[in-house]
Design a protein. Structure first.
Length: 463
């Protein structure tokens, strides 16, 4: 009888072989079904998110197992940077018209001007000023929004108007204090006082002031000789960066003409009118200026002459000053305008009555300064007109007359009364001030510039 185990081996072996062959066939079928040219990979469906920020909310992303660097930050448009715009005030401009010219909404322009009123009168705006704006662009069709306005009425004062919360504006004043610095200039007059002092760096407005003051005693067309001497001690004002801002006061002036010395010192008496006085307390001012125009030369004197147009000899009842057309003509003294207009052969003509005895006349003018009309009051040295060639004239010049009791006289021969003379307490205070100015001037000569500047600033209030 056969062994049951041995008899069953072939059958069991056959079953196992069949099972293994089946598995192999299944694996083969799976392998055949796959593309052997591509590596195996897992396909993950990634959701697509809009880049519009308002569509991406934190709750929508909560719990999602997504790596942070898979996200793209939403494109939030950044506010545009303000655009700077500088505008120049033109003749006849109003501030609101100037702002409107920048292209902003007129509601912004009006609101900014209204905000200015507590700190600045818009009527004070002057041609030539620069007004700086900051504009923020807006999406079309909206006009750019006004963010700020800034301008400087003077070197020491700045005005700013800034948009606050909402549509309102706030105006502020910013002070820029100036520092006083003293300077000394002097030397020989080689080519006229103006040219010599200008070359030495004296500010032009102070130089014109000095010439105007000395014009009471000096005829700059005839009295100045090469080699004469001058000296000016004056203040300038600088900004916070040390840059020149404007001139200050003329504290001391000296001329030496052919050996004759004239010295004058700044002082303010109890009357409150600051002026220059000689060492004995006499004001530099006289009743009338000797030279009412910055002329290049005297082209015709007072007296008989051959008339350049009429061709025969006749009396010339004034002095002619040759000067370029448009040169300012100044009032020879305080007074009232009694005539201002066309006067035939005199052309454009101004007559000023200084008192019951003295008058001056100015002829052949190009035009008149603003406000110079009959009845107007003018101050000595005030610009009243401009040199021209109107009427019977061969070229631009000023014809200047002095009338005493209604009759023309030689301007150079008139004996004029002196100005204010100090006395009593004023004279004693002036002598103290004279010594102070002398000490400052001498210190400046020896190079103690810092000391002079500090002392000048400390004592300027008493000038």
């Amino acid at each position: 009888m056969a062994d049951p185990q041995r008899d069953g081996e072939p059958a069991a072996t056959g079953r196992h072989l069949s099972w293994h062959l089946g598995v192999c066939a299944w694996v083969a079928l799976v392998l055949i079904g796959l593309d052997s040219s591509q590596p195996a990979r897992a396909v993950v469906e990634t959701p697509t998110y809009s880049n519009r920020a308002q569509l991406v909310s934190p709750s929508a992303l909560a719990g999602m197992p997504i790596v942070a660097d898979r996200f793209v930050k939403a494109d939030r448009p950044e506010p545009s940077a303000p655009i700077p715009v500088d505008l120049t005030v033109r003749s006849g401009d109003t501030l609101i018209a100037l702002l409107g010219r920048s292209g902003i909404p007129m509601t912004d322009a009006y609101a900014a001007v209204q905000a200015l009123k507590p700190v600045f009168s818009v009527r004070e705006v002057r041609p030539g000023w620069t007004v700086s704006l900051q504009l923020r662009p807006q999406d079309p069709p909206l006009l750019p929004a006004l963010q700020s306005v800034a301008f400087r009425p003077s070197v020491e004062r700045e005005i700013k108007v800034v948009r606050g919360d909402g549509d309102g504006f706030l105006a502020t004043t910013i002070a820029h204090p100036l520092r006083r610095v003293s300077s000394l200039s002097g030397g020989a007059i080689d080519n006229g006082l103006f040219n010599s002092a200008s070359a030495a760096g004296v500010p032009h407005d102070l130089l014109v002031q000095a010439i105007d003051l000395f014009s009471f005693d000096v005829d700059f067309q005839r009295d100045i000789r090469a080699g004469d001497q001058y000296e000016l001690f004056y203040e300038t004002l600088t900004d916070e960066n040390g840059n020149y801002a404007r001139s200050g006061e003329l504290m001391y002036a000296k001329l030496v003409l052919r050996g004759k010395e004239m010295r004058y010192y700044r002082f303010t008496p109890r009357s409150g009118v600051s002026d220059l006085f000689s060492p004995d307390g006499h004001s530099i001012r006289k009743a009338l200026l000797q030279t009412p125009v910055d002329a290049t030369r005297i082209s015709s004197t007072f007296g008989m002459r051959l008339h350049p147009i009429l061709g025969y000899t006749m009396m010339h009842r004034g002095v002619d000053f040759a000067a370029p057309e448009g040169t300012p003509v100044r009032a020879a003294g305080d007074g009232t305008v009694v005539l201002a207009g066309d006067a035939g052969s005199y052309g454009n003509y101004v007559r000023i009555e200084h008192n019951s005895r003295y008058s001056t006349a100015y002829a052949h003018l190009m035009n008149f300064a603003r406000g110079v009309t009959k009845g107007a009051h003018v101050k000595q040295g005030q610009v009243i007109a401009y040199v021209g060639a109107t009427g019977r004239a061969t070229g631009p010049h000023l014809h200047y007359e002095v009338l005493v009791g209604g009759q023309q006289v030689n301007p150079r021969g008139v004996r004029l009364p002196a100005g204010e003379t100090l006395g009593g307490d004023d004279l004693r205070a002036f002598n103290v001030r004279l010594q102070q100015i002398e000490a400052l001037r001498v210190a400046r000569q020896v190079g103690e510039g810092a000391t002079v500047a500090a002392s000048s600033a400390a004592t300027s209030a008493s000038m």
